[in-house]
Design a protein around this ligand. Structure first.
Ligand SMILES: Nc1nc2c(c(=O)[nH]1)N[C@H]1C(S)=C(S)[C@@H](COP(=O)(O)OP(=O)(O)OC[C@H]3O[C@@H](n4cnc5c(=O)[nH]c(N)nc54)[C@H](O)[C@@H]3O)O[C@H]1N2
Ligand SMILES: Nc1nc2c(c(=O)[nH]1)N[C@H]1C(S)=C(S)[C@@H](COP(=O)(O)OP(=O)(O)OC[C@H]3O[C@@H](n4cnc5c(=O)[nH]c(N)nc54)[C@H](O)[C@@H]3O)O[C@H]1N2
Ligand code: SF4
Ligand SMILES: [Mo]
Length: 708
């Protein structure tokens, strides 16, 4: 009997969320429903511990608000008014619209927009890529998350993988740089605590004393977007004081002599002015780094959501090479995704696409794509993402979604802010209703999800949906009829990735957690895929792109450092940083009562100096605003940041409950810019400036998109 047929029992599962940890789960099922989610103690990396978010996942899977059947819009866009239709009608209407748009305006007038609401390869980047490829739709650049930083890392290291989780246990110095692992990668935080027990010092470098910073032996606050300068200041001291491993530099790097010269300009005094970190602290940090082995740097996502984010990560990732950490049991981590890279061509089948040269639209530019880009986007298909909340410049995104001549389909589990703008809403299964393949971008275990419960209502997985749509479009290719098992096999068969050797569907079914073959990691340094095959402290590739070939601090386009703070005249003198909170996963869970009550309400952390200057008191309702929009939220006066920086954690939906009539202005991304980072087309969420005032209920015009 399959797991779905058994009404009760405890069944293995995989956490589908966009979180590095990719936990093994156990689903406790009674009478066909999941009643409890616990960690699978057999998982070698996550060992039965899971976060609070997912412990309450059963509530989400069987939430009364789950979408149960296809619907068609019956009120104005954004109103959330829909009527039920059949799957047959829905598929026929979408196919008809897509055919008409392709004939009249070209197939590139259709844009798929998706991200990793479910990390499963088949559902997040399998059948959908095949379908939109065959259709000839515009391509999407998946840049909203880690694109700038991962690209920056690759300019230095070539390969998109660093230290293994287990390696970090041995560190005697553990630096968390721009990450909040207590909330965002809890198993790495557990390893960090174990390293501390083994004698490690924990240093956290952040613009905000987040939950991880509060656990640090030493928390170093700095101004947003100045990490490159801090890392260069450390290099200056390392070179000056003879703390570099010159043998390593000669054997494994290019450009160390140039870097030695170049770093002279970044004296601790100058770097202190830029970063806000005292001179003595810069020297102490550099000495600590130069004198402690092994050391580990966990590079988070926060420092790269900036105009200069690619360079920031590129620069920090040069540090382990300076002290030879890669041969001393230390190193750094940004993402370990490449160890587990699947056979992308087999999964996505680019050969099906009739127009390989079609335009690519950067997902951070969704607002422009819907409002100004020519030729116009006329069909939008959203799945696995909630762009009305998570994409920058959300007021403009919503204006775009309101366009009467835009045909929008949203495939979702819930009527999200985005789904409210759809012409057709389709119900999606949760990952526990699907077959899928999961790799982790942190640990080295591959997992398989098999359906544990029947699809809720009439919901369908992305995988099934795009197969059905292909049929409705008359696409004859076998690629659209392949069963999940065939696609899993094809994805695992990747001759380009030696780490994937020996991972098979059969083993996944039998063993649940299959470890990658990590033996090629022994000669990691010989296998770097930079043009020189070495760690590139000097990058000719960057030079060819018109970027500085050596790590170089570049001030933010929107924002200040300590050197330029006084010189920039601006109406928006505060840096606004909006990183994730503890109990949501991006905007997922923001609609679930339990998670809402754990987070209470949106807050703005503001420094006592900044609060006083504006007559703002703790607990008052305030508005952060700039030329792009307004965000109404509660002030929390605290010195967890340097003066000049305000922080609001968590991505709330616009429809989340509010107070005092301000519930229509609940979007952090109303404030953020869609400017593109220096590398990888990345997002610049945290390079945002604002002013803060008391909430002005009566004076602030109601944004026109909100017609609820
Ligand atoms: N609970 C929870 N877990 C999550 C998520 C979630 O939403 N909630 N999201 C998941 C996803 S998609 C991702 S990408 C990861 C992200 O997880 P992390 O890698 O931890 O990154 P962020 O949480 O985006 O940001 C981390 C920190 O960067 C800081 N920061 C901002 N600007 C700067 C800067 O210029 N310099 C420095 N040094 N620090 C800066 C912020 O203050 C924040 O504390 O977490 C994943 N896990
Ligand atoms: N201001 C600010 N903005 C940010 C960030 C930030 O730190 N600050 N973080 C950015 C980052 S790092 C990221 S990764 C993005 C994340 O942005 P998104 O990827 O949009 O993440 P979520 O908000 O979790 O939305 C995922 C949606 O997918 C749906 N979903 C889940 N599983 C499935 C499925 O199998 N099929 C379908 N069709 N739908 C499914 C969920 O119900 C949910 O509504 O946000 C970015 N936006
Ligand atoms: S969100 Fe992360 S920590 Fe929580 S259960 Fe999923 S993988 Fe594990
Ligand atoms: Mo992300």
């Amino acid at each position: 009997m399959s797991m779905t047929e058994r009404p009760s029992g405890v069944f293995p599962a995989v956490c589908p969320l966009d979180c590095p940890d990719t936990c093994g789960l156990l689903l406790h099922k009674e009478e066909g429903k999941i009643v409890k989610v616990t960690g699978n103690p057999d998982h070698p990396a996550t060992k039965g511990a899971i976060c609070n978010k997912v412990r309450h996942m059963a509530e989400k899977v069987h939430h009364p608000d789950r979408l149960l059947y296809p619907m068609k819009r019956s009120g104005p866009k954004g109103s959330g008014r829909f009527v039920r239709i059949s799957w047959k009608e829905a598929l026929a209407e979408i196919a008809e619209k897509f055919r008409r748009l392709s004939a009249e305006h070209g197939s590139d007038s259709i844009l798929p927009y998706s991200f990793y609401g479910n990390m499963g390869a088949l559902n997040a980047e399998g059948m959908d890529r095949r379908f939109f490829g065959k259709l000839g739709a515009s391509k999407l650049a998946y840049t909203i998350c880690n694109s700038a930083g991962n690209t920056g890392w690759k300019y230095t290291m070539g390969f998109g993988g660093g230290s293994s989780p287990e390696d970090t246990l041995n560190a005697k110095l553990f630096i968390v740089w721009g990450g909040n692992i207590v909330s965002t990668s809890m198993h790495q935080a557990v390893l960090m605590e174990q390293a501390r027990k083994n004698g490690a010092k924990i240093v956290v470098i952040d613009v905000h004393k987040n939950l991880t910073g509060r656990r640090a032996d030493w928390f170093i606050p700095l101004y947003p977007g100045t990490d490159t300068a801090l890392a260069l200041g450390m290099m200056n001291v390392l070179f000056e004081r003879g703390l570099t491993d010159d043998e390593f530099l000669r054997a494994y790097t290019v450009g160390h002599e140039e870097l030695r010269e170049h770093a002279k300009a970044y004296t601790p005094e100058r770097v202190s002015r830029i970063t806000g970190v005292p001179v003595d602290d810069i020297i102490r940090l550099a000495m600590m780094y130069g004198e402690t082995s092994p050391s580990h740097i966990h590079i988070g996502n926060g420092l790269q959501h900036h105009d200069n984010g690619g360079m920031a990560v590129r620069t920090v990732s040069c540090l382990p090479a300076l002290t030879g950490q890669w041969t001393r049991g230390g190193g750094a981590f940004k993402s370990n995704g490449s160890y587990a890279s699947l056979n992308d061509d087999a999964l996505t089948r680019p050969d099906l696409r009739p127009n390989p040269g079609v335009r690519t639209i950067n997902m951070n530019k969704l607002a422009d794509a819907l409002l100004t880009t020519e030729p116009k986007v006329r069909g939008l298909f959203v799945f696995g993402s909630n762009p009305a909340v998570v994409a920058p410049e959300s007021d403009r995104v919503r204006e775009g979604l309101e366009r009467e001549d835009l045909f929008t389909v949203v495939h979702e589990l819930f009527l999200t802010d985005t789904a409210k703008y759809a012409d057709i809403v389709l119900p999606a299964t949760s990952s526990f209703e699907n077959t899928d393949l999961y790799t982790s971008y942190w640990h080295h275990y591959v997992q398989l999800q098999e359906p544990v419960i029947e699809p809720v209502g009439e919901s369908k997985s992305n995988f099934e949906l795009f197969g059905l749509l292909a049929q409705a479009m008359g696409f004859e290719d076998e690629a659209f009829r392949e069963p999940a098992a065939t696609v899993v096999r094809a994805a695992l068969d990747n001759p380009d990735n030696p780490y994937l050797k020996g991972v098979t569907l059969e083993r996944l079914q039998a063993e649940r957690f299959v470890e990658l073959d990590m033996s090629p990691k022994a000669d990691y340094l010989q296998r770097l895929t930079t043009p020189s095959g070495k760690i590139e402290l000097y990058s000719q590739q960057l030079q060819a792109l018109g970027l500085p070939p050596l790590p170089t601090y570049m001030p933010l386009e929107e924002g200040f450092d300590g050197e330029n703070r006084e010189h920039k005249h601006t109406a928006y003198p505060l840096m606004f940083v909006s990183p994730p909170n503890h109990n949501f996963l991006n905007s997922t869970f923001a609609n679930v009562e339990k998670h809402q009550s754990m987070e209470k309400e949106p807050t703005l952390q503001i420094h006592p100096h900044d609060a006083e200057a504006r007559g703002i008191e703790d607990g008052q309702l305030v508005e952060a605003y700039n030329a792009r929009g307004v965000y109404a939220l509660k002030a929390v006066v605290t010195d967890l940041m340097l003066p000049g920086t305000v922080v609001s954690q968590g991505l709330w939906w616009n429809t989340n409950p509010g107070e005092n009539g301000t519930n229509k202005r609940r979007l952090a991304n109303a404030l953020t810019s869609s400017r593109i980072a220096d590398m990888g087309g990345g997002a610049t969420f945290f390079s945002t400036t604002v002013e803060v005032r008391h909430a002005q209920k009566a004076e602030t015009p109601k944004p026109k998109s909100f017609s609820l």
